[in-house]
Design a protein around this ligand. Structure first.
Ligand code: ADP
Ligand code: MG
Length: 263
C-alpha cells in the first residue's frame, strides 16, 4: 500500500505506542468524505509539544481539509483526533476546549473589515475570555509591536497591505494564547515582496517554541524551521521526513515530481 517513511507515521492503532504526555496532537486513521468523495484517507500524525511541521502537496490533496479538522472547521467521519488529551467528539464542550488551545491563520487573513486593527485583536479576549478592555488592549498592543505594526492599531484592515494584514491576523491569533498554531498557506495570497515579512514572524514564533503545523510551499521556510516535512497527495500522507532527507532524498516518484515542480 503506502510508501510511508520512517516510524513517525504509524500504521494503525494496534502498533501505536502509548500516547506520551508530550503529544499535543494525535491523529489516528482519520478519514473524511465530502459526499462520495474520499478526501482524507487514513491520516496518521502525531505532533509533539514544540514541534514544527510543514505540510506540502499539490492543490486538492487535502492539506486544508486535514488541518481544518484539527479545530473542527471540518468534521470527519472515521478515526480519532486528540488535542492536548481532549478527544474531538460531537460535544460542544470538547470542541470549545480544543479551539481554546488552537490558533489558526488563513490564506485570506479573515480580519473583520469594519473593526480597527486593535478591535480585531481585542474582540476575542474581551468577549470570549472576558478580559477587561484595558488589559486586552495592552496585550494587543504588545503583540502588534512584536509583529512590528503597532503604529497601525487604529486603522482598518482595508488600509493595510496584505503582508501587514497577515501579520495582524497572526497577532490576533496569539492574543488568544493558543498552544498550537495552524497556518494554511499564509503567504500564498501575498505579493512576493511581502512574503518575507510574514515568514519572519513565523520563524520568530517557531524560535520561541510554538507548536506549529504550517501548510506552505515556501520550501526555504521548511528547510529553516521544520522538524518534519509531510507530503500529501490524493488525501494521503505519502511521505514524511526531516527536511534534509525530504528534500535531498525523496523516496517516492510522486514527491520527486512535486519537488521538481516547486523548487
Ligand atoms: P488542498 O488544501 O490540499 O488544496 P483541500 O483540502 O482544500 O485541498 O481539498 C481537497 C479536495 O476536497 C479537493 O478536491 C477539493 O475540491 C475538495 N473539497 C474541498 N472542500 C470541499 C467541500 N466543502 N465540498 C466538496 N469538496 C470539497
Ligand atoms: Mg488548501
Amino acid at each position: 500500500m503506502s510508501t510511508h517513511n520512517h516510524s513517525n507515521v504509524s500504521q494503525g492503532t494496534s502498533q501505536r505506542p502509548a500516547p506520551s504526555p508530550d503529544d499535543v496532537i494525535t491523529i489516528t486513521n482519520l478519514n473524511k468524505w465530502y459526499g462520495d468523495f474520499h478526501v482524507l484517507k487514513d491520516i496518521n500524525l502525531t505532533v509533539k509539544k514544540g514541534e514544527r511541521i510543514v505540510v506540502c502537496g499539490p492543490s486538492g490533496s487535502g492539506k486544508s481539509t486535514m488541518i481544518r479538522c484539527i479545530n473542527r472547521l471540518e468534521e470527519f467521519q472515521r478515526g480519532s483526533l486528540i488535542v492536548n488529551s481532549i478527544e474531538m467528539i460531537d460535544d460542544i464542550k470538547n470542541i470549545e476546549a480544543i479551539r481554546r488551545d488552537v490558533g489558526m491563520v488563513f490564506q485570506h487573513f479573515n480580519l473583520f473589515p469594519h473593526l480597527t486593527i486593535l478591535e480585531n485583536l481585542t474582540l476575542g479576549p474581551i468577549w470570549v475570555q472576558k478580559k477587561p478592555k484595558a488589559e486586552a488592549e495592552a496585550m494587543a498592543m504588545n503583540y502588534l509591536e512584536r509583529v512590528k505594526i503597532a503604529e497601525q492599531a487604529l486603522k482598518y484592515p482595508g488600509q493595510l497591505s496584505g503582508g501587514q494584514q497577515q501579520r495582524v491576523a497572526i497577532a490576533r491569533s496569539l492574543c488568544m494564547a493558543p498552544q498550537i498554531m495552524l497556518f494554511d498557506e499564509p503567504t500564498s495570497a501575498l505579493d512576493p515582496e511581502m512574503v518575507k515579512e510574514v515568514l519572519d514572524v513565523m520563524v520568530e514564533l517557531a524560535d520561541e517554541g510554538m507548536t506549529m503545523i504550517c501548510v506552505t510551499h515556501e520550501m526555504g521556510f521548511a528547510k529553516k524551521v521544520a522538524d518534519r516535512v509531510i507530503f500529501m497527495d490524493g488525501g494521503e500522507i505519502v511521505e514524511e521526513n526531516t527536511p534534509v532527507e525530504f528534500f535531498e532524498r525523496p523516496e517516492t516518484d510522486r514527491l520527486q515530481l512535486f519537488l521538481s515542480q516547486v523548487l
